[in-house]
Design a protein around this ligand. Structure first.
Ligand SMILES: [Zn+2]
Length: 398
């Protein structure tokens, strides 16, 4: 193994990247703020900033961020570069938000009903939304950033498995859309979208954290040392398919008793449906048309069965997380997805299962205690998360 030393060139590259990453995160910072964040001297920061401005990577504005005393203005990403249309894509719906080159939203957040029966219909729906934006912003290049439900090969931009879709074949989403629209398309999994959203838009995050999406299925994404961990087979974060009950029911993945078969919203729906069929007329719900929303409503109205199932689901998630926390020692977890509607009681049940991890010293001062909470980003911020694929790509390229 060759161990490379850091020569001046590489230190310079590293410092440039650190400064760019800080500006992407905080949108605009003054020279002294950058010196504070990086631990570099003002002259060292000045030199790098001058270079970045000369390279057109940063723009300087003399507008003061502070009302106190003398100020040398602030630095931000130049107000140019292509727009990005961010989308969260599932076979049933597409959520979208247009953003500018500084990652700030342009126009409204959109939710579109899709119900695609074929891959072609889904691609058409994506293209339709893109065409709408192009009419609104004539002459502007609009790239696409897609957070896609299911398993995605990020390198090739192929959607491999979309569990909710009626089709079972892979779709070359990136290739097909790039060829047709003549733009750059970046794709990743919808849980990675949430991880990127948290990483770039929540300054309270630690270097190691994870997001867990408990919705139709259960997905997760891990950020380790500040980087999304994808794994070589793009299978990282399949917490929903860790086995919870070896004698449990069959899962879509081909195994039995996966966490998803016990604790996801679709599992709860299945349980409710079976129960409703055995108790005709006992609830005002129709087992054949039961939706997740109805399920959540019944829970809110105090349906004891649904509350019991939700508790069981929370217990299963808690126990799985307990194992995970002990293996990885990642102690900051954000929950997203519609199951969060189950609220504090659900979260407390999960927390009770985790109890305490033996390695948690409860060191709040050094920010080392376990923190498990509902994610606080808005849906718009969550969707914008996928746009940061472009930022990370640019940082990587230097
Ligand atoms: Zn499974």
């Amino acid at each position: 193994m060759q161990i490379a030393g850091l020569n001046n060139q590489r230190v310079r590259q590293h410092n440039r990247r650190t400064i760019m990453a800080l500006i992407w995160r905080y949108k605009r910072l003054s020279k002294s703020q950058l010196a504070q964040h990086t631990g570099l001297s003002i002259p060292a920061v000045s030199k790098i900033l001058d270079e970045l401005v000369a390279d057109n990577k940063l723009a300087h504005s003399s507008e003061n961020l502070s009302t106190r005393g003398m100020n040398s203005g602030h630095y931000q990403i130049p107000d140019e570069g292509p727009l990005i249309l961010c989308m969260n894509v599932s076979p049933t719906s597409i959520e979208s938000q247009l953003i500018d080159g500084r990652m700030s939203p342009l126009g409204d957040f959109n939710w579109t009903d899709v119900n695609a029966r074929t891959p072609e219909a889904l691609l058409q729906a994506i293209e339709g939304l893109w065409q709408q934006q192009r009419k609104r912003w004539p002459g502007q290049r609009i790239n696409l950033a897609l957070g896609i439900h299911g398993q995605v090969d990020t390198a090739t931009g192929v959607s491999q498995i979309m569990p909710q879709a009626p089709w079972k074949k892979p779709i070359e989403i990136k290739y097909l859309l790039e060829e047709k629209l003549g733009i750059t398309v970046m794709v990743d999994n919808d849980c990675v979208m949430l991880a990127l959203a948290e990483k770039w838009q929540n300054p309270a995050n630690r270097d190691d954290f994870c997001v867990i999406n408990v919705d139709y299925g259960i997905g997760s994404s891990f950020v380790i040392n500040g980087q999304v961990y994808r794994g070589t087979l793009n299978g990282s974060g399949q917490i929903g398919h860790t086995i919870f009950d070896r004698d449990g029911v069959a899962c879509a993945c081909g195994r039995y008793g996966c966490l998803e078969t016990v604790a996801s919203l679709s599992a709860l729906k299945k349980q409710a449906r079976l129960w409703l069929k055995s108790q005709p007329g006992s609830l005002s719900l129709d087992p054949d048309t039961l939706t997740s929303l109805q399920l959540l409503d019944a829970w809110r109205q105090g349906d004891v069965n649904i509350q019991r199932w939700a508790d069981e689901a929370a217990n299963a998630i808690g126990l799985t997380l307990y194992n995970l926390l002990n293996v990885l020692n990642i102690n900051q977890i954000w929950f997203y997805g519609r199951s969060c509607t189950f609220g504090e009681r659900w979260l407390q049940t999960i927390n009770r299962q985790i109890g305490f991890t033996p390695f948690d010293q409860g060191d709040a001062v050094r920010n080392r205690q376990t923190e498990i909470a509902f994610g606080g980003l808005t849906r718009q911020q969550q969707i914008i998360g996928i746009g940061y694929l472009f930022v990370e790509d640019a940082l990587e390229a230097g």
